[in-house]
Design a protein around this ligand. Structure first.
Ligand SMILES: Cc1cc2nc3c(=O)[nH]c(=O)nc-3n(C[C@H](O)[C@H](O)[C@H](O)COP(=O)(O)OP(=O)(O)OC[C@H]3O[C@@H](n4cnc5c(N)ncnc54)[C@H](O)[C@@H]3O)c2cc1C
Length: 435
């Protein structure tokens, strides 16, 4: 049964989220617009306001709404969570206010799944409470989309591991309490069984921040949110390993799935915001004696955007539904790759149109389009570039394809017609006989 209805009680909660985000959270985006600001603990006034908004969210029972009850969430499942996440996606601060921000959401998933009791107590509990932040340190300057190029290593030394190497784009590491680091422990093993995961407290001696890399127009003297880190003889106890030795890729994949769905959910909100902005501008701005809404190309831009977004939202809803079912992992993986590709594509087109429709105002630094466009760049790269996911989608389709014999494919009309005639015992002479 397919049912798009939501219960009244949940609808009321969504109304509250919408108003709260509109009236309060969006104002944080205006006051502290840097992409990294929601994680920046040195912003005194922002932190005070953030704490009070987070209290309101917790009081409403909406904290960490992506999580099951046993992890402290409301247990809505992913389909219902989508309705919340898409509202949060309209803002940069929303996820932190509601306790469901990346990369902490994915990191808490792997801690819950692979962590030892001690690791859960020390890291998972405060992470879920929003007391601390974490980072995921996998990408290296010399290897991103193909993890077989990773060289950062962890060598066993007594009952410790010593980590050496460099990582790049470890988002929010500069605000984090601990890093989840992928390092090669078994260089001679099969390429996908070489690496293991480690939990490294950020204050460990040898964790050096080479640069706090920012994005796009952020200046070099600002604190960017995607640090370049050098691990220089970083010693951690053997008990810091997260998950089995040599299974780092498996651990990483298990966190990236949820992360990709959540990015897609937030993308819906971001795109809807761009369409709302387009529509408001179209009914406000005049040119050649009429409002620009009268121009057919403007109407087409709005229609194309809304149609593409509706298609995308249905894809993400289906993906969220698969995530809520047991035993649908293969279908889910395929659906995740498709929404991963679609999110960057749909966001880029819609946000670009919205920016363009605002004319010079759109490209000025007095509108939020730079940040919105940065998000499209991020969507096409973070958690794996578009091309890698397209290859994975194509592979699945090709796996079910049947090679045909001879030169002509089965859809070749003369060939198909000859087969059909034979099937029914007809000939070209008898097929059109009339009585
Ligand atoms: C905003 C942001 C936040 C991020 N946060 C994190 C984080 O917290 N932790 C972390 O570990 N990493 C993070 N990343 C890194 C991200 O995972 C990598 O950018 C991604 O895996 C791609 O790696 P790369 O940037 O090295 O690109 P490369 O591997 O250099 O790829 C560059 C380009 O090559 C092409 N390409 C690559 N592979 C293929 C292929 N198989 N077929 C066809 N073309 C291909 C594509 O055009 C691709 O865009 C983040 C990235 C961004 C942009």
């Amino acid at each position: 049964m397919i049912d798009f209805e939501l219960e009244d009680e949940f609808r009321k909660k969504l109304d509250w989220v919408r108003t709260f985000v509109d009236e309060k959270v969006e104002k944080l985006d205006v006051l502290w617009p840097s992409p990294a600001s929601p994680h920046d603990k040195s912003l005194v006034e922002a932190r005070k306001i953030l704490a009070s908004l987070q209290r309101e969210v917790k009081d409403r029972g909406l904290w960490a709404a992506h999580l099951d009850r046993e992890l402290g969430g409301p247990g809505y499942g992913q389909v219902k969570y989508l309705h919340i996440a898409e509202i949060l996606g309209r803002t940069n601060w929303g996820s932190v206010v509601f306790g469901c921000q990346a990369p902490d959401s994915g990191n808490s998933e792997i801690l819950a799944r692979y962590g030892t009791q001690e690791q859960k107590e020390r890291y998972l509990a405060p992470l879920l409470d929003g007391e601390i932040y974490s980072a995921f340190s996998m990408t290296e300057p010399e290897g991103g989309s193909d993890p077989r190029y990773f060289t950062c290593s962890a060598e066993k030394d007594g009952d410790e591991y010593v980590i050496n190497g460099e990582k790049w784009f470890s988002s929010h590491a500069n605000y984090s309490e601990f890093l989840i680091v992928m390092a090669v422990t078994d260089p001679d093993a099969d390429p996908y069984e070489r690496a293991s995961m480690f939990i490294v407290p950020t204050a460990t001696p040898g964790v050096e921040f080479v640069r706090e890399t920012g994005v796009f127009t952020e200046s070099h003297d600002e604190r960017g949110g995607h640090p370049y880190i050098r691990y220089d003889n970083v010693r951690v106890p053997a008990s810091a390993m997260l998950g089995p030795r040599g299974r780092g890729f498996e651990v990483a994949q298990s966190r990236l799935g949820g992360g990709r769905i959540h990015h897609a959910m937030r993308t819906i909100g971001l795109c809807q915001k761009a369409i709302d902005m387009m529509a408001d501008r179209a009914v406000s701005r005049k040119t050649s004696g009429v409002l620009i809404k009268e121009k057919q190309s403007v109407q087409f831009d709005i229609a194309d955007s809304q149609i593409a977004l509706h298609q995308f939202r249905l894809m993400v809803l289906h993906c969220a539904w698969l995530a809520d079912q047991a035993g649908r992992e293969r279908e889910l993986r395929a659906a995740i790759s498709m929404i991963k590709v679609a999110s960057a594509d749909v966001a880029e087109k819609i946000i670009w149109r919205a920016m363009h429709m605002h004319g010079s105002l759109g490209v000025s630094n007095e509108m939020p389009f730079a940040h919105m466009l940065f998000m499209t760049g991020m969507l096409g790269l973070a958690d794996g570039p578009t091309e890698v996911h397209k290859v994975s989608v194509a592979r699945r389709v090709l796996r079910n394809a049947t090679p045909h014999e001879g030169f002509f494919p089965p859809q070749h009309l003369p060939t198909a017609r000859a087969i059909a005639l034979e099937e029914f015992g007809l000939t070209e002479e008898t097929v059109n006989r009339r009585g």
